[in-house]
Write a protein that binds this ligand. Structure first.
Ligand code: BTN
Length: 266
């Protein structure tokens, strides 16, 4: 991928300069309104507030630094200024239909596959490659809007990802050995997701189900799903048209809508 980089006033090379992003975005709805922040606690918090104040569907909140990024279940999301990609999109889906989290994971995985093969979706919201976590999605709904928060490890060096909490993490640069242009990656992800979202609006997750299952981490493997104190054991057999997980257990098929998935024995 090629492309010129924008300049920040200080002369610092900035791949996510607003003027540059305007040129890179080929979307008709996503990213037409952009809040670009040097630093914020959480782009999801900013997007939720903006949605409450009437920001239009497609509004993108992008930050270089996130000081209190959030993951699922109250976990923290660590990112590195200048290296990670952290952003949130405001959607206003009128239809109920589920599966938006896994849909954006699929869109992102397809784009990431252009850089490195073997992208997998770990139900319900993670992107993995080679057994390591490359990205995560945090979807939050409030007052008719859904905020889709996306965190991707892009140009982190191994040292940026070290430490207990990040021991499962990998970045695109660690995988490819090459610097990745975050502006181009962002533009590609939102373009891919916009196309998928428009399809989803017409027919839900049904037409994406096979593609998600082809990329599903642990498909056909014995897994353990932890739902709080409860543990469900079985084989991961796929997803439903709402994005729930289908597990084959000793008591028959079980459909689960939340939980942490682990492969048995690890
Ligand atoms: C997870 O792995 O549990 C989901 C991580 C989601 C992180 C993204 S980064 C952008 C957006 N803002 C946040 O505070 N969280 C999401």
């Amino acid at each position: 991928m090629t492309g010129s980089r924008g300049q920040k006033p200080g002369g610092e090379i900035c791949e996510i300069h607003p003027a540059r992003l305007r040129g890179l975005f080929k979307t008709s709805m996503l990213g037409r309104v952009v809040f670009l922040l040097d630093s914020t606690r959480s782009t999801n918090d900013v997007a939720t507030a903006a949605a409450g104040a009437g920001a239009p569907e497609g509004t993108l909140v992008l930050a270089d630094v996130q000081t209190a990024g959030r993951g699922r279940k109250g976990r923290r999301w660590f990112s590195k200024g200048g290296r990670s990609l952290v952003f949130s999109l405001i959607l206003r889906p009128l239809e109920k239909g589920g599966g938006l989290t896994i849909l954006i994971a699929l869109s992102a995985a397809r784009v990431l596959e252009r850089y490195h093969e073997g992208m997998r979706i770990k139900w319900p919201n993670d992107i993995y490659c080679g057994g390591f976590k490359l990205g995560g999605i945090l979807a939050e709904a409030k007052g008719g809007a859904v905020v889709m928060g996306v965190g991707l490890n892009v140009n982190e060096e191994p040292g940026d990802l070290a430490g207990e909490i990040r021991s499962e993490a990998v970045s695109l640069k660690c995988l490819t050995g090459e610097h990745v242009d975050r502006g181009e990656l962002l533009a590609a992800v939102i373009e891919e997701f916009e196309n998928d979202y428009f399809q989803w609006k017409k027919g839900g997750l049904a037409r994406f189900r096979g593609e998600v299952e082809d990329r599903l981490l642990y498909i056909d493997e014995a897994v353990r799903l932890e739902i709080g104190e409860t543990i469900v054991r079985g084989k991961c057999v796929g997803i439903t048209e709402e994005g729930a997980l289908r597990m084959q257990t000793d008591d028959g098929e079980r459909i689960v809508t939340s939980g942490d998935l682990r492969v048995e024995g690890r």
